[in-house]
Design a protein around this ligand. Structure first.
Ligand code: CU
Length: 484
């Protein structure tokens, strides 16, 4: 029988073992560093929230705070403009309240006395929204202390090593001291290099995370309704979305900011001629509301895109019916309506209520009819787009195939500016309403937007490309036929 090797011989020599242990510790730390939550409000970052209020589409910007107690600056960006908003900031910790007013170009300077949960109430045009948020202040990561500690120790030891070397003929103590100093410098340098991947300390005011929440919170359950229950064509009504936690029955009030909004509400008529993309107001815990007006009776489909904290993104659906006499299709529609096939210059909504709207006749067909040998000139791909009229949509390939990516290019009027964190948005609905897709612009420079989209199945799709310029939000509607 072969003798067992002694355990001792399996162990690496002392310094080598220490080095291995150190590398293992670094690897474990990096591996266990969880990626940052994408829509968390972080210290040092502005909180941007899109709101559709008083008929205007705007983004409220709560600026990052660096010191508390201190000022809290609130700004507003209008698309194209925004009314003056009355602000009321309330600390959820001690109930302290401060007031202010904000308008485009006129920021409001509120004051915060402590970190933690706050509520900002925004009022304009008889509408009120309350936005819960947390004031967070970075207290620095523990790694920084390690870096500075390592460098400080190394500095001390280096001086000690030099002195010891100078006064001691036998160089061994000096060598040891210098070696430890070099190790200190190495640790500090390694942490500097690895810092982007190391877990950051939670900032002051952050929500205490429950332990053992690996499974996350359940998906939201919803109720979509209108007030009044049976809205009439041409009259304003409220679309209400109520969110419940299925496991507790309580309102869901922990939405993460998703694409710069608490929720995105898309309402379309069954025939695709009516389209609204708005950012509903939080009027009560778990309740989101948006004022709308539909010009024609019929069935309307509502889609809500949101993200619950620790739960992920979700698309909720609902529908409602607008009552009233059918208006003759050829007469001029209500003042809100606009010609979907007109160039965006004339199609830009002047009324903020419809800043993200499109209504009117049947949108143009961006695709050649299936089987047509000679595609529509507007469908010619890529290069031909130069100098094309704003609102021109081209598809590559000209006839998209289901399940394969297609590139959709939209000529814009002017250079788009960021809206909801992106240069452009494309929303696609299947004709039967069973599918709604939403993709973003791919970062194309200049006055055009490019999207990649995969149509999931053959059929007819209604699509709306949206972008913002100084003149407001432009919506370019078109239809796409995906052959079998
Ligand atoms: Cu949105």
């Amino acid at each position: 029988m072969r003798p067992l090797r002694s355990l001792r011989s399996l162990r690496p020599a002392g310094p080598l073992r220490l080095l291995r242990l150190f590398c293992l510790a670094v690897l474990l730390t990096v591996a266990s560093a969880s990626p940052a939550v994408a829509h968390d409000v972080r210290a040092g970052a502005d909180l941007r929230i899109a709101q559709t209020i008083a008929g205007a589409e705007l983004t409220l910007v709560i600026k990052a705070t660096t010191r508390v107690p201190g000022p809290l600056r609130v700004e507003v960006v209008g698309f194209p403009t925004a009314p003056a908003l009355d602000l009321r900031l309330r600390s959820m910790t001690d109930g302290r309240v401060t007031h202010g007013t904000v308008a485009p170009g006129r920021p409001s300077q509120l004051r915060v006395e402590e970190t933690g949960p706050h509520e900002l109430t925004v009022a304009a045009g008889g509408e009120i929204a309350t936005i819960p948020f947390r004031v967070l202040v970075d207290r620095g990561s523990g790694w920084e202390y390690l870096i500075y500690g390592g460098l400080f120790t190394a500095g001390l030891l280096l001086v000690g090593g030099l002195l010891s070397g100078a006064f001691n003929r036998r160089g061994r103590p000096a060598f040891v001291v210098t070696a430890v100093a070099a190790a200190g410098i190495s640790v500090a340098a390694l942490i500097v290099v690895l810092e982007p991947w190391l877990p950051a300390g939670s900032p002051d005011g952050a929500e205490p995370r429950p332990t053992g929440s690996a499974l996350g919170r359940p998906y939201v359950q919803r109720m979509v309704s209108t007030v009044p229950a049976h809205p009439a064509a041409g009259e304003e009504f409220v679309t209400r979305v109520e969110l419940f936690d299925g496991s507790t029955g309580r309102p869901v009030d922990d939405l993460a900011v998703h694409h710069e909004a608490m929720a995105h509400l898309v309402v379309t008529s069954e025939d695709g001629r009516y389209f609204r993309h708005v950012h509903p107001l939080r009027t009560a815990p778990g309740r989101l509301e948006a004022r709308l007006r539909a010009d024609r009776p019929g069935r309307y489909l509502a889609y809500v895109e949101l993200e619950r904290t620790d739960s992920g993104g979700q698309l909720l659906t609902g529908s409602f019916t607008v009552a009233g006499p059918e208006s003759p299709p050829t007469t001029s529609p209500d003042p809100d309506a606009r010609d979907a096939t007109a160039p965006p210059e004339t199609g830009d909504a002047s009324d903020g209520r419809d800043a993200t709207a499109s209504t009117g006749p049947k949108p143009r067909d961006a695709t050649a009819p299936p089987g047509a040998g000679d595609p529509d000139p507007a469908s010619s791909p890529g290069p031909g787009i130069r100098g094309a009229e704003a609102g021109t949509v081209t598809m590559t390939p000209a006839v998209p195939q289901s399940g394969r990516p297609a590139t959709i290019q939209v000529v814009t009027s002017g250079t788009p500016k960021p809206w909801l964190g992106m240069a452009g948005h494309l929303i696609v609905r299947a004709e039967d309403g069973e599918f709604l897709g939403h993709v973003h612009e791919m970062g194309t420079p200049g006055s055009r937007l490019r999207f990649t989209f995969g149509f999931p199945a053959p059929g007819r799709y209604f699509a709306w490309a949206q972008y913002a310029t100084d003149r407001g939000i432009t919506t370019v509607p078109f239809t796409v036929e995906v052959p079998r």
